[in-house]
Design a protein. Structure first.
Length: 164
């Protein structure tokens, strides 16, 4: 290769390697609206209940039965619209015994089930959550993630469930 072609080749490689960085959350073919998300969940065959209909804060819920558990999964857009949050309310943290030991077990469980995660809400609820990238999400990918977060609830029930 002649030296004279090298600067042109380097410029081309540099320019094309930056293209993925130009993604914008407003690209209509890459992210969904709350209405499209709800439609996708319904089209997957899940029964949907509206939790919040306020524009910009839309949230739906569906109940997934896994064995002896009916798991209510909240589905909503993040305020930035870049993520879809799947959340499960697992009850009151303070109402269950074991205090700090329970929190440590939940943190340790996070490493095994990531990207799902436990957290404790401002109102003291034990929550499980999974953030899903809102870019080119397919129905099968959404179903996989709903199944993942609900299976993680089942697999960790000794961590969050009230002892019998």
């Amino acid at each position: 290769m002649k030296k004279s072609h090298l600067p042109t080749l380097v410029g081309l490689v540099t320019a094309t390697s930056l293209l993925p960085l130009a993604w914008s959350p407003q690209e209509p073919d890459r992210d969904m609206t709350a209405a499209q998300l709800k439609e996708m969940v319904v089209n997957l065959g899940y029964e949907v209940t509206d939790i919040n209909k306020e524009a910009g804060k839309e949230k739906v819920s569906t109940k997934i039965n896994k064995g002896a558990l009916d798991i209510p999964v909240g589905i909503e857009m993040s305020p930035s619209k870049r993520f879809i949050w799947l959340t499960v309310n697992l009850g009151d943290f303070d109402a269950l015994p074991q205090g700090p030991d329970r929190a440590v077990r939940m943190l340790k469980a996070n490493t095994k089930m990531q990207p799902s995660q436990f957290y404790i809400s401002d109102s003291g609820k034990i929550m499980m959550a999974l953030a899903v990238d809102n870019r080119a999400l397919t129905p099968s990918a959404l179903r996989f993630r709903i199944e993942k977060v609900t299976q993680d609830v089942v697999d960790t029930k000794e961590t969050w469930q009230k002892p019998k």
